[in-house]
Design a protein around this ligand. Sequence first.
Ligand code: PRP
Length: 213
Amino acid sequence: MRYLTIALTKGRLAEKTLALFEKAGITSGGADDKDTRKLVFTNEEMGVRFFMAKGPDVPTYVAYGAADIGIVGRDTILEEGRKLYEVLDLGYGACRMCICGPESARQMLASGDLFRVATKYPNIAKDYFLNRKHQTVEIIKMSGSIELAPIVGLSEVICDIVETGTTLRENGLTVLEEVCKISARVVVNQVSMKMYSDRISQLINGLKEALEA
Ligand code: PRP
């Protein structure tokens, strides 16, 4: 039997995802061992194998068919813009993509003046301002600690993830606009979905039942 290959996002989502698979009766063959440097984990009995990847690489693995299934945040799916089927909202990893900044930037957002947006998500920011708000902005791609940008004067606002709001609060920033809601999703390669539809549907249904239980 051909292995069904599942790409998991390293970090925060991984633990919850592995627990969910376990609850659905699909053990990961040791992927939950935090000390291991192994990359691929096989459940021989079920013909399933798992690997961990950085978030933005998960849609890439799935789109090319190197993984049949991926578990990844909706932020990453939107940012990467790959051709994939998004088949299930897992509910966890819930947060919001927002435009944030100091309260004083609120007026500027509505003014039509050119301003700068620092973000790890240039495609999401571009889509939001250009296509939804019909506003021209300068987008500055950064790789982390985005909240720093408006504090030190790199940009007027940021487009970033807000979970508890603690980072914003502790840095004198606030949510100015909400772009969209985010949570962990299951994505499937479009060819795999046709070729292995029974096995994939069975797996997805198992996850659904485990979520509801
Ligand atoms: C994310 C996000 C915010 C923070 C929001 O950063 O970019 O900085 O979490 O969470 P909160 O609303 O609960 O404070 P992450 O920790 O992923 O690291 P990063 O700054 O490197 O992106």
